[in-house]
Design a protein around this ligand. Structure first.
Ligand code: SF4
Length: 378
């Protein structure tokens, strides 16, 4: 357990909607960011009294594309957050961004206002792939964003990449990966494309209008990822995440440890004081509620011990270090080996989980189909 507490702020706007995206994000042209920010400010106000002197050692402004906001809107938000919450002096402060929503001035200002980590949605450096997935930028825009971030003084960069995309081959994925690594990121997230319900791709796959790489090609891309990223000196510490020493994502570790976090903004989720709170997803509904001085959540539930324990097991096993069994028992008063009994023993016997020195973890063999293994423990 990391013991960290996180603060997440959701900015749900993007230039346009990418084909694979099922995140809570909306093309900005149809929305009113100043109205949204006015509502968000109210929510910040509401929580600032309740969070009291809780120390946040991670702040993550995510989306959507937060850098779609004007520089002054972003710096105003950062200033307000620092005024209303206790954000540690050495907190990890991340802003998520996409190429062609930043310029040198905006990045310099973010850096000056204490942002010390930038997470850039590169996805691919191949222009034809980027077009097929409806990204609003080119490979050159991606390179340019990274160069500008370095120039502005960012010493901690995460690059998000996706493999298994339409039109992608192991050779083109290798090129993207090698190019990304040549730019020396401190952190790299390489996700396999998933076709999520609600995305445009899900409809296209159903209608037979989308051709994806076959299973064999995707498996090759997964193997390449591990080999190429590891040989560049980044350590795989989660199923899809790699980092240089000391550069693991503090914010995501809070989620994987099922720790405590406040999530503000449309659709944001909080795990706070034994409660799980989920805000309304639609930015206009969210804003209307707050501007009418009503709470913006659509649901709130007390986290019962057992579901919370299971959730912690599932999330924690995503980390390659696995789960500390005595620590889990201490936290929840449940013995994991007794609780999962035969299921756990079978997974160990099938060499999908290993159990050693009081920890269980996914084996290397299980990593390519981790989700199916984890599903047995839900
Ligand atoms: S930029 Fe990210 S959040 Fe926005 S539509 Fe594309 S994938 Fe979704």
């Amino acid at each position: 357990m990391s013991g960290s507490t996180g603060l997440y702020i959701h900015i749900p706007f993007c230039l346009s909607k990418c084909g694979y995206c099922a995140f809570n994000s909306y093309p900005v042209a149809a929305y009113d960011p100043p109205l949204y920010l006015a509502a968000l400010y109210r929510e910040i106000e509401f929580w600032s009294g309740r969070a009291g002197d809780e120390l946040f050692d991670s702040l993550f402004i995510g989306g959507g594309t937060p850098t779609i906001l004007l520089t002054g809107e972003l710096t105003g938000l950062l200033t307000l957050l620092r005024k209303k919450f206790v954000i540690g002096e050495d907190a990890e402060i991340t802003v998520e961004t996409n190429p062609n929503t930043v310029d040198p001035g905006k990045l310099r200002e973010l850096r000056q206002f204490g942002v010390n980590r930038l997470s850039i949605g590169i996805q691919s450096f191949c222009d034809s792939t980027l077009q097929l997935i409806n990204r609003s930028h080119s490979g050159a825009d991606g390179r340019n964003a990274i160069a500008m971030a370095r120039e502005a003084g960012f010493a901690n960069l995460n690059l998000d990449l996706i493999y298994g995309l339409p039109g992608q081959t192991p050779a083109s994925w290798r090129e993207t990966l090698e190019e990304a690594l040549n730019l020396n990121p401190e952190h790299l997230a390489a996700y396999q494309l998933s076709i999520d319900p609600g995305s445009r791709f899900a409809e296209q796959v159903e209608g037979g209008g989308l051709r994806l790489p076959d299973e064999e090609a995707t498996a090759t891309m997964a193997e390449q990822t591990l080999a190429i990223v590891s040989s560049a000196g980044l350590e795989r510490y989660e199923i899809s995440n790699y980092a240089r020493l000391g550069s693991r994502s503090r914010h995501n570790l809070i989620y994987w440890h099922n720790g405590s976090y406040l999530g503000l903004g449309a659709g944001a989720v909080s795990n706070w004081s034994g409660l799980r709170i989920r805000n309304l997803a639609d930015p206009n509904h969210y804003a209307k509620r707050l501007l009418n001085r009503e709470p913006p959540w659509q649901e709130g539930e007390a986290l019962a011990r057992e579901p919370s324990f299971r959730e912690t097991v599932i999330m924690g096993l995503r980390l390659l270090e696995g789960l500390d069994l005595p620590g889990l028992q201490k936290r929840f008063g449940i013995d994991p080996e007794e609780y999962y009994g035969e299921t756990l023993r079978k997974l160990v016997k099938r060499k999908l989980l290993s159990s050693k020195d009081g920890r269980i973890r996914l084996t290397e063999a299980a990593l390519p189909f981790a989700n199916q293994v984890l599903a047995e423990l839900v």
